[in-house]
Write a protein that binds this ligand. Structure first.
Ligand code: ATP
Ligand code: MG
Length: 445
């Protein structure tokens, strides 16, 4: 199998993370022969800079993959056999789900159903077309399997927290149904995949919010009480959902008291300044605000870690939080650290700013539009906090300085991201940072 042309195939995969590096070789590090002719491969990508990454691939042989998918799925020939990425093949994906259903263990690869769960092993399966860093397969309307593509040893917070929340019966996550796990030769945990209930007929929070925000372009004069009003009741329920998830995580995994992570916020500011010259004149003020907010210990617990409107799904019944991996780019040990719930609240509040102000890019001189956008944002941010406060018995706005520190930290991170990837969007976080520094971010409350 070593003769498969992985080095040619890997860089063309959507989930390949090495685009800015030079790949010298991709080769299998661990191959596990699963029943029914499937192979489970941990593939090591070696880079010219001396680094490496480990990826996961399920291999099927001589598969009859649908024509429109075969370009991505086809890996190449090994002798008279042809290898494909098996997740593209319905029958193979169903086999993987069946292995989880039966709790199979093959050479250290553990297929683990959640207690009492029956997996929909016969459901029609199709690979998800979502633009994502992992690969998901949807089993009809019943389940979704997310195979992690880059695998790293240690606790995977996505699997860990989804398991805790599912076992505690939290209704605001897609319930975990099973997982694929392994252990490294050094005895460390390796999360390979997870299966959750599929949220049928759900809508993404981002799509709902930006659709609502388009009302800003209404021809007629808007009643200020109505701007964003249609989405505000959803924001309110979303606040409740986030509070429920936080409450469950606190109850199941304990809480601590610790100083807020001001040092890492300052470090982030430092590195952002190097790519965002506009931050430099503001840095002293930002740092002072972060330091002041961080003087007292606060209650900490496990949190989502990368919460925004793109990480929530509205089902006909409720809001669900998905993707508990934490912030990409932050080391895994950091992501596992307890933090204030205000980090998640701040992430969501920042997302409201984006949902409205990305619609105004290129039309910044239109004062009426800007005024409406501000109303939409304020109204939805408040609705979110109202919902959170009602469910948690704790209003995030009562810890104003700390909440603002987390928002500042996020906006600083965003500014570095935008400067690198979308310079046209840089004004969104910069405008927010200026508002926070001059105190005009305070709404009526
Ligand atoms: P990213 O690369 O953005 O971090 P990811 O690979 O971690 O993505 P997820 O964010 O977990 O994957 O899921 C990708 C998409 O799949 C989501 O945006 C959502 O549209 C859909 N999805 C995820 N979980 C479910 C679910 N339980 N039910 C329905 N759709 C889902
Ligand atoms: Mg993710």
């Amino acid at each position: 199998m070593t003769s498969l042309p992985y080095t040619d195939w890997l860089p063309h995969q959507r989930w390949y993370a090495g685009r800015t590096r030079t790949l010298t070789k991709a080769e299998p590090a661990v191959v596990t022969h699963l029943p029914d002719g499937l192979d489970h491969v941990l593939l090591d990508a070696h880079y010219e800079d001396g680094g490496s990454e480990r990826y996961q691939v399920f291999i099927g042989w001589n598969l009859d993959v649908a024509a429109e998918l075969s370009a991505a799925a086809l890996i190449g020939a090994d002798g008279d056999r042809t290898a494909s990425d098996a997740l593209y093949d319905e029958h193979s994906a169903q086999r993987v789900l069946a292995l989880i259903d039966t709790g199979a263990v093959v050479d250290g690869v553990r297929f683990v159903p959640e207690p009492g769960v029956a997996l929909p092993v016969d459901a029609p399966a199709r690979i998800s077309g979502a633009e994502q860093s992992n690969t998901s397969v949807v089993f009809d309307s019943a389940a979704i399997l997310k195979a992690f593509r880059r695998v790293t040893a240690g606790v995977n917070p996505d699997l860990e927290l989804n398991r805790v929340l599912a076992r505690a019966g939290c209704p605001n996550v897609a319930r975990l149904l099973g997982a694929i796990e392994s252990t490294t030769p050094e005895g460390e945990h390796l999360a390979l995949a997870m299966v959750t209930e599929y949220a049928q007929n759900s809508a993404e929070g981002w799509a709902m919010a930006t659709t609502s925000a388009r009302d800003l372009y209404a021809e007629h004069d808007l009643n200020p009480d109505e701007v964003g009003g249609d989405f505000a009741s959803e924001s309110n329920r979303l606040g409740e959902a986030v509070a429920h998830v936080h409450g469950t995580l606190a109850a199941e995994l304990a809480t601590q008291s610790a100083p807020p992570p001001v040092e890492s916020m300052l470090a982030r500011l430092d590195s952002a300044m190097r790519v965002v010259p506009d931050l430099e004149p503001l840095a002293g003020q930002i740092a002072a605000m972060l330091r002041t907010a961080g003087e007292e210990p606060v209650r900490t617990q496990r949190i989502h870690g990368d919460l925004h409107l793109g990480q929530v799904l509205r089902t006909p019944e409720s809001w669900l939080l998905i993707d508990f991996e934490g912030e990409p780019g932050v080391a895994v040990e950091e992501r596992l650290k307890p933090d204030s719930v205000l980090r998640d609240v701040a992430g969501m509040l920042r997302s409201y700013e984006y949902a409205a102000f990305q619609l105004l890019l290129g039309q910044e001189d239109d004062e009426e539009l800007a005024r409406r956008a501000r109303q939409w944002v304020d109204r939805n941010r408040d609705a979110f906090c109202d919902g959170y406060a009602a469910a948690a018995g704790y209003d995030p706005r009562d810890d104003r300085a700390l909440l603002r520190a987390y928002e500042l930290d996020k906006a600083v991170y965003e500014s570095a991201y935008e400067a690198r990837h979308r310079p046209g969007w840089l004004r969104i976080p910069l405008q927010s940072i200026e508002r926070m520094l001059n105190g005009s971010d305070l709404t009526t409350r």
